[in-house]
Write a protein that binds this ligand. Structure first.
Ligand code: GDP
Ligand code: MN
Length: 416
């Protein structure tokens, strides 16, 4: 009963603050002499906070579960649904685009499954290139096998040492201690050094690799993933023609313990560069309280179809530089997924973030499977709709739909 009361109490508070949030637009006239970004900063709670707050964040893990429930009812009440935007799938020429895979030689056979799946469902019709990156030299077996499976040009690159090692400003002893602590706390990859180099590379460096210079778009593919539905249109052209920047398929909540100070660092950066906050940003997707805290929602970056030019922009580069200097990649365990997601949500027009709900996709335990039976038949999908994660409580995708006033598919409530 106490839990229930607490829940209702929380609910009222959140509703109340949401009302205030919508005053942002109405209040603009009150700040006539300020720039748009100054106005946003004034109205948002961009108070930077302290290290002590970060510790509290770690202690309060199970607050998340409560908040997920709250968000659901809160947003259901508030937002009306309108028609889903439709895309006319007529592609003219190819985009400047490539697949990109970071992998170890030891992951070859898991990757073989991924490539087959991408080729069978999509690329045998489009023949886009494929760039493979590794911190080590690729083995002959890796190169021969992947080459025989890809229907476009293939390229193999080695990552420069300085992009896969400790920068000189990192205190290695402190990093060692931090890893032991996260291991004790049972955090996945808590003690892994290579995982941290990987996350830092995927945040700050993959898009700088010279092999990617000639492209505007990339589609990230990892070992052991699978696509379940026929993809009959050119997804890269779709992004280009519709003026999109970032495409995701699964979204979920990050483990708070891996990023206790990431949001504070982000706010520090925005303070310094308020001009980078986009006027039509998607802050509402990543914060429930006008930017006071991060709600942990992020796009799962093992799948991404996105613009390389977004990452090449000054705002993203400077953001990465700023984050990197705090040491959070090594003293904590910052993932590239929350970093990409926060960046695109704050620095880009929210209209430019696209959800690919039509692919059918699996990586590890999470699956996105179109729940519309007719669609599955038409696209010859091979996934079990009961495995779908998109409309369950741990997903942030329903939130994306509601904030964008998109129509959710029939029967989505059954997945709650
Ligand atoms: P998870 O998806 O978060 O469980 O992490 P993964 O182990 O799948 O790693 C993410 C991506 O980075 C995958 O494409 C991996 O193949 C790649 N990766 C991870 N660690 C390494 C590494 O040490 N070297 C190389 N070359 N690739 C790695
Ligand atoms: Mn993976």
């Amino acid at each position: 009963l106490f839990g229930l009361l607490l829940l209702i109490g929380f609910n009222l508070t959140s509703l109340h603050s949401l009302d205030n949030y919508d005053l942002v637009n109405l209040s603009i006239n009150r700040f006539k002499n300020l720039t748009d970004n100054e106005i946003i900063l004034k109205l948002l709670d961009f108070d930077i906070g302290s290290e002590k707050d970060d510790e509290n964040v770690i202690q309060n893990d199970n607050e998340d579960d409560k908040r997920i429930l709250l968000n659901k009812t809160q947003y259901e009440e508030i937002f009306k649904q309108v028609e889903t935007k439709q895309y006319n799938m007529v592609a003219k020429s190819k985009a400047k685009a490539t697949f990109v895979t970071l992998a170890r030689n030891s992951e070859l056979w898991g990757l073989v499954n991924s490539i087959r799946s991408v080729e069978d469902r999509f690329n045998r019709k489009f023949h886009y290139d494929w760039v493979f990156l590794n911190d080590d030299d690729f083995s002959e077996e890796f190169i021969e096998t992947t080459k025989s499976l890809c229907s476009g040009k293939v390229k193999y690159g080695k990552i420069p040492k300085e992009q896969w090692s400790y920068p000189d400003f990192i205190d290695i002893k402190k990093a060692d201690k931090a890893r032991s602590r996260l291991k004790e706390l049972g955090v996945i990859y808590g003690d892994s050094e290579s995982y941290r180099h990987m996350c830092r590379f995927e945040s700050g460096f993959f898009w700088r690799h010279p092999l990617l210079d000639e492209y505007d778009w990339y589609w990230r593919v990892e070992p052991d993933i699978k696509f379940y539905c026929d993809i009959d249109y050119d997804v890269f052209k779709f992004m280009e023609d519709n003026n999109k920047v970032y495409g995701f398929t699964i979204s979920l909540m990050e483990y708070q313990r891996t990023i206790p100070s990431l949001w504070r660092a982000t706010k520090g950066f925005i303070r310094q560069h308020p001009q980078y906050l986009h006027k039509n940003n998607f802050l509402k997707f990543i914060s429930d309280n006008k930017g006071k805290t991060y709600n942990l929602c992020h796009f799962w970056s093992n799948f991404e179809i996105a613009s390389l030019n977004f990452f090449r922009s000054d705002k993203y580069r400077e953001y990465f530089e700023y984050l990197d200097k705090t040491g959070g990649f090594f003293y904590e365990r910052w993932g590239d997924a929350p970093i990409h997601s926060i960046a695109v949500s704050l620095f880009e027009d929210r209209e430019k973030i696209h959800h690919f709900g039509d692919l059918g996709y699996t990586h590890d335990v999470f699956t996105s499977c179109p729940i519309d039976k007719e669609f599955r038949k038409k696209q010859r999908c091979s996934c079990n709709p009961q495995d779908d994660f998109d409309w369950t409580v741990g997903s942030c995708t329903w939130r994306y739909f509601e904030l964008n006033r998109l129509k959710k598919p029939e029967g989505w409530q059954n997945y709650k």
